[in-house]
Ligand binder design. Structure first.
Ligand code: CMP
Length: 151
């Protein structure tokens, strides 16, 4: 089953939005299989955002993500990468659709509350960067068929 990495960034943690963000993903029907609150090391931040090295916002982005704790999570479900990104909304909050997390709670790309993997391949890489194998919990939802069943 497809998994994706979600980070509630320091602004989301500081603003008390962890619960709101988890609630939206849970209600969507996604399954939480890993979660931890961590103070991000400079080295982890730089590895996670290596694709942005050299961009004008890169050093500021590293400072932002390491400035205070981050809630790191792994969410599971069919098409979870696309589903989570849809629930988050566009990276730039003023381009995000009403009803998405970034539209509803953010204004600036530099304080956009969350990170979500942008492809299944990047999700696999990011999950292995942020989580040990034994930190991912496989569990069964009793109502699974009412959420993911076919007809
Ligand atoms: P994220 O989805 O974590 O991926 C890269 C992050 O870089 C992005 O969210 C924003 O937090 C940040 N970012 C992207 N573009 C800019 C920008 N122009 N200015 C500041 N931060 C940016």
């Amino acid at each position: 089953m497809e998994q994706t990495l979600v980070l509630v960034k320091p602004d989301g943690v500081q603003r008390g939005l962890i619960g709101e963000i988890i609630a939206r993903l849970e209600k969507r029907g996604l399954k939480l299989v890993g979660a931890k609150l961590i103070q991000v090391a400079d080295s982890l931040a730089r590895e996670h955002y290596a694709i942005h090295i050299g961009k004008p916002f890169y050093e500021g982005l590293i400072q932002y993500i390491t400035a205070a704790p981050v809630m790191a999570m792994v969410w599971e479900g069919e098409n979870s990468v696309n589903a989570v990104r849809q629930t988050m909304g566009s990276t730039d909050p003023v381009k995000a659709t009403p009803g998405t997390i970034r539209h509803d709670f953010a204004l600036l790309i530099s304080r956009n509350l969350t990170h979500a993997s942008d492809s299944p391949e990047n999700a696999r890489n990011e999950i292995s960067l942020w989580f040990e194998k034994d930190e991912i919990v496989e569990w069964q939802r009793l109502n699974e068929d009412w959420i993911t069943g076919g007809n």
